[in-house]
Design a protein around this ligand. Structure first.
Ligand code: HEC
Length: 92
């Protein structure tokens, strides 16, 4: 009986450790919107469906429009989309 108790304790500790590790890695990789730059959001989101469009491919006015359009496609917040557009306009 004693060995079963030890086993159960061991498994509980192992599960706890895995959960804690997962939790920490999740929180450390998921940065809040405020911390993420336009470049990061661009690199993480825009490649999901097509290759990352070069900032130089469009002018400032085009980027405003594309920003709105791709904000819906990429399910970005207004703040995230604005940051991407800002980056595209600064780099073209
Ligand atoms: C959910 C998929 C998806 C995501 C995410 C996405 N796009 Fe798109 N994008 C598309 C599709 C589909 C098209 C094709 C044109 C259309 O549907 O209007 C497109 C077209 C474009 C075009 C025009 C390409 C051309 O040659 O005419 C640009 C520029 C663009 N996307 C930029 C972006 C940027 C910048 C982001 C990130 C903020 C982004 N996209 C995120 C799906 C996506």
């Amino acid at each position: 009986m004693k060995i079963i108790k030890v086993l159960i304790l061991g498994i509980t500790v192992a599960v706890f450790c895995v959960l804690t590790t997962l939790n920490t890695s999740c929180t450390s990789t998921k940065q809040s919107t405020a911390e993420r730059t336009g470049v990061q959001i661009w690199g993480e989101n825009c490649v999901r469906c097509h290759s990352t469009p070069s900032p130089a491919a469009y002018n400032d006015v085009d980027w405003e429009t594309i920003g709105l359009h791709m904000r819906l496609r990429g399910n970005l917040t207004a703040e995230e989309a604005a940051k991407v557009v800002e980056f595209m306009q600064s780099a073209n």
